[in-house]
Write a protein that binds this ligand. Structure first.
Ligand SMILES: [Zn+2]
Length: 243
């Protein structure tokens, strides 16, 4: 950093301020351009890198690293990967009951007769279903909205699977709806929007408890979390009994 400032000041002295600034801007632009335009010696590699680089969180450099890794692997390994992606995209279905991603028209959770179908947990997407399933504590079913209401991202209620949830509640097949969306403004807005539509139904409407994480020191918890933990305190016996 110091070197850069030192060199820049030399250029400014050498070319005069106006000319120096123009020179430095040109140099910086050149550097940016070199970084953005990767020179490929193979069009095949370039195409593969460009495709992989479209995935979220993967830049061109990471994409190149992945492509070079695939080249080092046996040829059939790439075939397995490509086939798995094609099969996934072509054969994937959405459960007609809860909208979760599924291999069949009704997902395994909805098809399971041992689960409590009157208990419906409202979540954003399949990752939340997986997270709750991993706890092994929940025996109800889910309703996957497919996102949260977010005007900034252009996501309105009609783009989410809200109507089918309201229908489900109004049909009388649900005894409790549990909101398990993330504790953000979008999550709270979505909860409230759904709540307004089902509040007249004769069911229990609950939300997952927000509180201090297991193993966390109290003094490091933020005020909102700590405040909610106090307001949503539970009887002590419930703190060590499950269900
Ligand atoms: Zn389902």
């Amino acid at each position: 950093m110091f070197n850069r400032i030192f060199l820049d000041s030399i250029y400014l002295k050498k070319y005069g301020f106006k000319k120096g600034i123009r020179y430095l801007t040109e140099q910086t632009n050149k550097q940016i351009a070199t970084f953005a335009a990767m020179e490929f010696s193979s069009k095949l590699i370039e195409k593969a890198v460009n495709e992989i680089a479209q995935l979220p969180g993967i830049g061109k450099r990471s994409a190149l690293r992945l492509v070079l890794h695939l080249l080092k692997q046996p040829k059939e390994q790439t075939g397995f990967l490509a086939q798995a992606l094609i099969n996934m995209r072509e054969d994937i279905k959405y459960c007609e009951n809860c909208h979760n991603i599924s291999d069949s028209s009704v997902c395994e959770i909805c098809a399971n007769k041992n689960r409590n179908h009157q208990l419906v947990c409202v979540v954003e997407d399949i990752r939340d279903v997986m997270a709750i399933e991993n706890t092994g504590q929940y025996r109800g079913v889910y309703h996957v909205l497919g996102g949260k209401i977010s005007p900034i991202d252009g996501v309105g209620p009609s783009q989410l699977k809200i109507a089918t949830l309201v229908e489900k509640v109004k049909s009388g097949s649900v005894s409790e709806v549990i909101f398990a969306l993330s504790s953000t403004m979008e999550g709270d807005t979505t909860n409230f929007y759904i709540y307004k539509q089902i509040t007249d139904a004769d069911i229990v409407i609950s939300t997952i408890a927000r509180g201090i994480a297991v193993g966390d020191e109290l003094e490091y918890a933020d005020e909102v979390t700590l405040g909610r933990s106090i307001l949503q305190r539970v009887p002590f016996e419930k703190s060590f009994k499950t269900n």
